[in-house]
Design a binder for this molecule. Sequence first.
Ligand code: DX5
Ligand code: ZN
Length: 217
Amino acid sequence: MIKIAPSLLAADFSNLGKQVIEAEQGGADWIHLDVMDGHFVPNITFGPLIVSAVRKCTKLPLDVHLMIEEPEKFLTSFRSVGADIITVHQETCPHLYRTIQTIKENGSKAGVALNPSTPVTMIQEIIDEIDLVLIMTVEPGFGGQHFIKNTLRKIRETREIIDRSRRDILLEVDGGIDQNTARSVIEAGANVLVAGTSIFKVESIKKAITSIRTAQE
Ligand code: DX5
Ligand code: ZN
């Protein structure tokens, strides 16, 4: 089963509550929230306050993608406002094992994200501890970028690592996902698709979600 996680980065923030409800009614499985600090990535978005506001609008799992340095400082805050899945970047975590343990002890599911240039072997030693791997299919920081085709090979390699682990680990992809790229990432083994622009910057959120979900059929 493929999960679709609309990224609020592309939503209309003057109508955030409405957009979240529309995404839920349109068939979203999760809501993806992109937290950026202006250090790890060259853009700033929002923190726990907005996650808390979104929590009040939906019962869907909140998938919080932390593109921030020293994420361990904020794990408890994001959990306390309702983050169900917390994903940190491998590139920001020198003590990834401890960071993952803290996320899980707090009661969230733990994910690890890899930038396009980070090799998949970086998850090998932590695979038995995590619930999700996020393969970035663009450089993190902005919505609306083009999908990087070379990441398809990484998605396939990640799928092999996950299958070898025999654990129930989700393989999420993020960046440049639309109904065309959805087909190839699903074929490569992804089962959680994040999409911002192709869901929120079109006329019908529901139609967009349906066409991404059915891209492989
Ligand atoms: C990028 C973010 C993505 C972003 C994707 O750093 O992690 O979640 O919203 O946007 P699109 O789908 O427009 O590429
Ligand atoms: Zn994201």
